[in-house]
Design a protein around this ligand. Structure first.
Ligand code: HEC
Length: 187
């Protein structure tokens, strides 16, 4: 299912900011406990999380986001396709609430808690996005002039980055780093 097609027209007025006191500085597995045993899924670079406790090399965190009903991918905000967490299974989430948007898509307000390696967390979101900017400038101007950051809406960039990621041979980490930079870009 290509979600982008039917929620792309949603405007920024529906944005809701999730609270968080740390940000992922790279994509990182979220584990059920403070070991690399069993992963619930992957937290995506620049997503906000709340730090709950420390345990050795791990930090227990909570990500609160929004997920179209039937999906396993939770976004940072309703209506904006900024990936926050990719769950292996929808049962990883606790459902906090739900609402319907004007296209009759039911958005679940979800929470997922688990443990990440502490070195995957940072406090400076601007610095994290600057890594994405450097990658964008380094990887996206080889075949054509670099496109402007504001040429496309935040909901349009993911499908372009999916296509160009193949052209540019991007890893998943590089892809999300560039995607999040472009989606967070503000003039
Ligand atoms: C290997 C060459 C190559 C690289 C590297 C590359 N592109 Fe492209 N790009 C193309 C070609 C060829 C087209 C035109 C045909 C197409 O749309 O597939 C294009 C088109 C585009 C368009 C126009 C799409 C549209 O619908 O108007 C955008 C935007 C774009 N690229 C962004 C990027 C970004 C961002 C990156 C870095 C992740 C990137 N490109 C890396 C080859 C490349």
């Amino acid at each position: 299912m290509r979600i982008v097609k039917f929620i792309a027209p949603l405007c920024a007025a529906t944005m809701m900011f999730a609270a968080g006191d740390a940000f992922l500085n790279k994509n990182a597995s979220l584990y059920t406990d403070a070991s690399e045993g069993s992963a619930l899924g992957e937290l995506i670079v620049s997503s906000p999380v709340k730090e709950l406790s420390k345990s050795g090399d791990f930090t227990e965190v909570e990500f609160v986001g929004f997920m179209p009903e039937g999906s396993t991918i939770a976004y940072e905000k309703t209506g904006i396709l900024m990936v926050g967490f990719e769950a292996k299974n929808a049962s990883a989430y606790k459902i906090l609430g739900q609402k319907k948007d004007e296209y009759d898509t039911v958005w679940l307000n979800v929470s997922v808690k688990g443990f990440v390696k502490s070195d995957a967390l940072g406090s400076d979101k601007a610095k994290i996005l600057a890594n994405g900017k450097a990658l964008f400038q380094g990887k996206c101007g080889a075949c054509h002039p670099i496109h402007a950051e504001d040429e496309f809406e935040p909901n349009v960039w993911p499908s372009i980055i999916d296509a160009m990621g193949v052209q540019a041979g991007l890893s998943k980490a590089e892809k999300f780093s560039i995607e999040k930079y472009l989606q967070n870009f503000q003039k």
